[in-house]
Design a protein around this ligand. Structure first.
Ligand code: B4P
Length: 193
């Protein structure tokens, strides 16, 4: 695989986490899901987790500073391990980050520092009816109809502008996220070479 620095973008429930996890393990990439990292903080009831929990349960975005600090520390750790020649993931896959323009700009600056530019942004597209259906059947604490509707509004207002941002940088490719997990995975796989 030639593309080793990937970013997954798309509405809540499109299946970013599902695909990212599988693809990262197939290709030995570090899977960095800000949602999973935040949920781990919530589960351990850290001060950061307690702050994040209420925001996530309302379907809103956790503060940029908090999310950025998490991502920065993971990417710096990986970069340091690589430069020490340690065995480990040879690239990374960012899932659910960035989620707004401020995060995208901060990420660009961080990746310039690390000398690891993004190779590809995969935009997963699915209609609202199917998104709602998938999230309701997942049943996480932030997966009830009212909160999902709000998360979709937040996505349209804050995250969707990233489509133009990455399209201008000629990094964006879209994939249809309907069908089985395997069908979507093969579509994404075909974009990587
Ligand atoms: P995330 O954890 O990123 O979750 P998501 O967008 O809801 O879901 P995803 O698209 O990954 O869907 P999944 O694969 O699970 O965000 C949660 C919250 O964390 C946010 O609302 C926000 O508060 C906070 N947060 C995260 N990142 C942040 C950031 N950068 N800044 C600020 N706040 C941040 O799939 C959904 C369901 O569909 C699953 O049940 C799955 O099994 C099913 N599914 C997947 N693919 C399918 C398929 N092909 N067919 C049928 N079902 C499928």
């Amino acid at each position: 695989m030639t593309k080793q620095h990937l970013l997954f973008l798309g509405p809540p429930g499109a299946g970013k986490g599902t695909q990212a996890q599988q693809l990262a393990s197939r290709h030995n990439l570090l899977h960095l899901s800000t949602g999973d990292l935040l949920r781990a903080e919530v589960a351990s009831a850290t001060p950061l987790g307690l702050e994040a929990q209420a925001v996530m349960n309302r379907g809103e975005l956790v503060s940029d500073a908090l999310v950025l600090a998490i991502v920065r520390s993971r990417l710096e750790q990986q970069s340091a391990a690589l430069s020490r020649g340690e065995a480990g993931p040879c690239g990374w896959l960012l899932d659910g980050f960035p989620r707004n323009l401020a995060q995208a700009e901060a990420l660009e600056a961080l990746l310039n520092e690390l000398g690891q530019p993004i190779d590809l942004v995969v935009l997963m597209e699915l209609d609202d009816g199917l998104l709602m259906q998938r999230l309701l059947s997942r049943g996480r604490t932030d997966d009830n109809a009212e909160v999902i509707r709000h998360r979709l509004e937040v996505y349209r207002a804050q995250t969707e502008p990233l489509i133009a941002y990455y399209r201008e940088r000629k990094l964006l490719q879209s994939v249809a996220a309907e069908g089985t997990v395997d069908a979507v995975a093969s579509r994404i796989e075909a974009m990587l070479h």
